[in-house]
Design a protein around this ligand. Structure first.
Ligand code: ADP
Ligand code: MG
Length: 278
């Protein structure tokens, strides 16, 4: 007599041998209606993207302006609904998550860090406010003293010290690089699984960028977190990522381990990108 079949846990594929990736998309597509009633057309911002992000992995998404990178980030963040295709988080379709609680939980697991650090920081409040607010919303198990301890921990984790002094400041009392580190600290307070970082260093001085890339690499090593690192800069993608996806006109035209893709680029756009790097 065979044993009763066990329900398949969400993290496992039906075959049972390989855990499902942290996040995967199948044929992810987003079209926008643009123009007026007479000249309106369908803009194919993202077309049939198949993406895989594994645990503790930095995946770079590289492409020129308008190629659909931010649209992908917003789809993964649940800001946009796909026109078609599917997003699976730990093997589970996003479309099956309903209700405020499940959506909030997903937002905590998959937060976003933006290009302009000011868009994640409220100028009217001290740095501690945003971090403590996130902790209150996403980490019910912590009491007030533990929340403060955790705020100190995440600020130190992004390389800012003394943490108590930084927490007491207003966003305008920080440098651009420090502000963006706080953007990451805020995301980290949620205890995320995947941070969607949309051009997080593009507004920073070149000399400051490397510090932020190192913060991402350090967080990936120390915490159970992955990154989707969106950039138009192939050199920084090469520096920090394990895998690389290249986007062109709404299509993911190339993907694979970063060094393998760069050693043998197949698509003309990737070849062009590389030819521009010394
Ligand atoms: P990237 O981040 O690579 O610069 P985006 O994803 O922002 O590219 O944009 C891809 C395309 O989709 C662009 O042509 C842009 O104008 C268009 N687009 C993005 N968001 C919207 C929107 N909310 N409504 C209409 N068109 C949009
Ligand atoms: Mg963008």
């Amino acid at each position: 007599m065979s044993a009763p079949t066990q329900p398949v846990p969400a993290q496992r594929t039906p075959a049972g041998e390989e855990p499902a990736p942290l996040l995967a998309t199948r044929g992810l597509t987003k079209h926008f209606k643009v123009g007026g009633a007479f000249s309106g057309r369908n803009l194919h911002a993202v077309d049939g993207a198949d993406i895989v992000i594994n645990r503790k992995e930095i995946v770079a998404l590289v492409g020129e302006s308008g190629s659909g990178k931010s649209t992908i980030a917003r789809l993964l963040a649940r800001v946009y609904q796909p026109t078609s295709g599917e997003i699976l988080y730990q093997g589970r379709p996003l479309s099956s998550m309903r209700g405020r609680r499940q959506v909030l939980e997903y937002r905590g697991d998959v937060p976003m860090v933006f290009q302009d650090p000011f868009s994640s920081l409220n100028p009217a409040y001290r740095v501690s406010h945003g971090i403590m607010r996130g902790l209150k919303l996403h980490r019910h198990e912590l009491n007030r003293a533990q929340r403060f301890e955790e705020a100190v921990r995440v600020v130190e984790a992004v390389g800012l010290t003394p943490a108590a002094d930084i927490l007491d400041r207003y966003p305008y009392e920080l440098s651009g690089g420090q502000r963006q580190r706080i953007g990451f600290a805020q995301a980290l307070a949620y205890r995320p699984k995947l941070i969607l970082a949309d051009e997080p260093v593009s507004m920073l001085d070149v000399s400051i960028r490397i510090g932020l890339l190192n913060v991402m690499a350090k967080l990936r090593a120390d915490e159970d977190v992955s990154f989707l690192y969106i950039t138009h800069d192939i050199a920084s993608a090469r520096y920090v990522s394990d895998r690389l996806m290249v986007m062109y006109a709404g299509h993911v035209v190339e993907s694979g381990p970063t060094e393998a893709v760069l050693a043998d680029p197949k698509h003309p756009y990737t070849q062009l990108l590389l030819s521009a790097v010394p």
